[in-house]
Design a protein around this ligand. Structure first.
Ligand SMILES: C[S@@+](CC[C@H](N)C(=O)[O-])C[C@H]1O[C@@H](n2cnc3c(N)ncnc32)[C@H](O)[C@@H]1O
Length: 216
């Protein structure tokens, strides 16, 4: 529960910032906890006592690198990707050279990447920023990359979100999400609606689905 509320604190901070740079800086200094969705997924894997050699993860849109660092600290081999040059720089500073043997950092956008097989794909508050035209291809890549028994952890934005009119972002109804997660066991699904600040300080309505699901 503590992590769950933390997510909001973390996003509120992000929305008050005028640039990704300030966002990453603030997060790495003030909020080192991973997203609740990722924490839950890691707990599930730990209960399953998986072979350490199988611990292969991808962090999509890693941003501040907090989730990436949690994955590395938990022993995962990680591919972390983001399209933002500042994020790339921050993660290099945070994780290298200590984790060089288990970390691959990729500076690419969702539209360009090919995903390798992984037991865990994490996408904390990043997939809604994929353009709608590309989302089906991205999701297909995610499904193809996930190994049987693997998990997806991340967020989707709902139709009541204030940013719904933005043409460069992707939003989902519960029915669309159900379709996306066909073939998965949904282990955690929380829908939240709340008011919060945007970049520039305006009030915005947040409509978010927090999901952890295991691929069968
Ligand atoms: C709200 S931030 C979340 C960052 C991080 N996952 C976290 O929870 O702190 C969204 C991240 O997605 C990245 N992003 C947005 N659109 C992207 C795209 N099309 N391809 C790759 N990364 C993208 C941004 O650069 C940013 O780092």
């Amino acid at each position: 529960m503590q992590h769950y509320f933390y997510i909001f604190t973390r996003r509120d901070y992000f929305m008050k910032q005028s640039s990704w740079n300030k966002h990453y800086d603030a997060l790495t200094k003030t909020a080192p906890l991973p997203a609740a969705t990722l924490s839950f997924a890691l707990e599930q894997f730990n209960k399953e006592h998986i072979d350490p050699a199988q611990k292969t993860a991808i962090d999509l849109g890693f941003g501040s690198g907090i989730d990436s660092m949690a994955l590395l600290n938990d022993g995962w081999n990680l591919t972390a990707m983001d399209k933002d040059a500042t994020a790339i720089k921050y993660l290099r500073q945070l994780a290298l050279p200590h984790y060089a043997a288990r970390l691959k950092i990729i500076h690419k956008s969702f539209e360009e990447i090919a995903l390798h097989p992984a037991l865990l794909i994490n996408a904390t508050f990043s997939l809604p920023f994929c353009v709608p035209q590309h989302f089906p291809a991205l999701w297909k890549n995610i499904r193809l990359a996930l190994q049987p028994g693997g998990r997806f952890a991340g967020q989707f934005f709902g139709m009541e979100d204030s940013w719904r009119a933005r043409e460069d972002m992707t939003f989902h109804t519960p029915a669309l999400l159900q379709e996306l997660f066909t073939g998965f066991s949904v282990e955690q699904m929380e829908e939240t609606k709340r008011e919060g600040r945007t970049v520039g300080g305006a009030l915005k309505h947040w409509h978010v689905f927090h999901i952890v699901a295991q691929y069968r």
